[in-house]
Design a binder for this molecule. Sequence first.
Ligand code: ATP
Ligand code: MG
Length: 347
Amino acid sequence: MKKKIVVLAGDGIGPEIMTSGVTILKKAVENSEIAFEFEAHPFGGAAIDAKGEPLPEETLTACQQADAILLGAIGGPKWEHAAQTPEQGLLALRKALHLFANIRPISVPNALLPLSPVKEQIVKGTDFVVVRELTSGIYFGEPRHLGEAEAYDTNRYQEDEIRRIIRKAFEIAQDRRKHVLSVDKANVLATSKLWRKIAEEVAQEFPDCTLEHQYVDSAAMRIVQNPTAFDVIVTENLFGDILSDEASVLPGTLGVLPSASHSESGVSLYEPIHGSAPDIAGKNIANPVSMILSASLMLRQSFNMNDEADRIENACFEAMEEGILTKDLGGETTTTAFTEAILEKLK
Ligand code: ATP
Ligand code: MG
């Protein structure tokens, strides 16, 4: 079986960390039943330079026909005032692919415990996933209005939009510790009351998993007070935006955090949570772990290759514990040297 991976390296540190991620991915799957072919396409600022637009049609078509997409990072000061910005290209891509589910796994490897802004004994063992609804809710609801003396937005959710994101959370929980925490504000919001009801219904389809509910305000406290209590958190667009950023400070650097975005039946996109980091681009000092873990998330979630994904993740965590650390983690290991170290571990 052959699977096509579209590679969008993008801008800034994107190409450097992509080289690292793809090199390690190739090594990890070399003896697997599934073979991968990689196809690179211009996207973001790089595509503006090459083709005059951030999301050229052939890039979009390739993405639509791919089995999975790996994205580095896009944007930078060079294109801030472009007619179409790289960020617009990314929004257009997400929309065209109907990526409704944004997944951010948050873990704190032992090597990073001293970097966490949260006390070691509290953050040690943190390993959870935030599942955020990405294409509905208050960011999209109509009507909306901005006047001089009054303004409003509409938080709107359809039953099927809630059902599919809750299902996605349970599917992820099945491969983990089988616990789903649905976060809402059901004591106040109508959308949250519907959300809670649908969550209960979907839970019946997953008898091997447990469902718990929590209000968003108390979940926000718990993320820093007791982060090891979570397995899978699922929540609506606005709450997910806030909670996933809150959670991303736990490891003490953005350089180790991957993400996935899923559609209902189509292709999924995997990318680091950070931006293109123009301040460190081209210096061979970027931390490639965010990209490497994005690739392993792809193996897990798009191809069910959990053994290969485990090997990649363990190699990264082991390397960091051995003190093989890039500059953002206080070390001196370069991007390419880190990649070599992981390759060695995968032999
Ligand atoms: P964007 O607007 O695209 O999200 P940003 O301005 O928020 O970008 P990032 O590119 O996410 O910024 O970077 C924020 C800081 O984190 C920068 O100082 C950057 O150098 C650092 N950083 C981000 N990713 C990495 C990485 N993989 N390795 C090392 N440092 C990183
Ligand atoms: Mg940012």
